[in-house]
Design a protein around this ligand. Structure first.
Ligand code: GTP
Length: 186
């Protein structure tokens, strides 16, 4: 089985740079899965720069759910490494599109949302495993700061933390990035 690698860290901690460095070392034909949605000009500019900085032979797929749709993609078939950046935005997007009223919803509704999110995570991990790809997943280490003062923030922190634990448990290697420095934690 090809290795699954998780890279976790805070915002601008250098996790995307480390992930790209590792992808260059470990893969030849890389599919980069971007989970971000560009919602403002600053993000659009950052994405443009990321695209220019990536090796020209890498394929880019913009997607944060329904990953089975990429299996028939020629670039996916030809790839040996999948780099997904990042899991936390995937969780954020799935939470936002659920249209749950986070201030008033019941714990049953929150549990259902979490199950739906884990279904998407499992779909991604199964595709990686079934198609024998090396994979690098980037995520944010959330929850090391203040306890969020609003309910959605707390729900997000809990789900994102559990998703990270789940993927870390299945990963062969896990790295934590701090101030541009990587620490191998598994
Ligand atoms: N939609 C889209 N998003 C992209 C593309 N390329 C990169 N991104 C997104 O850009 C984000 C990573 O860039 P940054 O926000 O600058 O980095 P960061 O992860 O916050 O900071 P570091 O820890 O330093 O990597 C990820 O969420 C990617 O999904 C692209 O081609 N399309």
């Amino acid at each position: 089985m090809k290795p699954l690698i998780l890279i976790t860290g805070g915002a601008r901690s250098g996790k995307s740079t480390l992930a790209e460095k590792k992808a260059l070392e470990l893969g030849e034909n890389v599919v980069y899965i971007a989970t971000a949605i560009a919602f403002d000009e600053g993000m659009k500019d950052r994405i443009k720069k990321h695209r220019l900085d990536r090796p020209k032979n890498w394929a880019t797929v913009e997607r944060y759910k329904d990953f089975s749709a990429i299996v028939e993609d020629e670039s996916f078939k030809a790839s040996d490494l999948i780099l997904l950046d990042c899991m936390t935005l995937m969780v954020t997007n799935l939470m936002l599109e659920s249209n749950l009223d986070f201030d008033n919803c019941s714990m049953e509704e929150v549990d259902r949302l979490e199950k739906d999110i884990f279904k998407e995570v499992d779909e991604l991990l199964n595709i990686i495993m079934d198609n024998n790809k090396t994979a690098i997943i980037v995520t944010n280490e959330v929850g090391m700061g203040l306890v969020p003062s609003y309910r959605m923030g707390n729900i997000f922190r809990d789900i994102a933390g559990r998703v990270n634990q789940y993927i870390a448990n299945k990963s062969k290697e896990v790295y934590f990035t701090v101030s541009g420095i990587e620490i191998k934690i598994k």
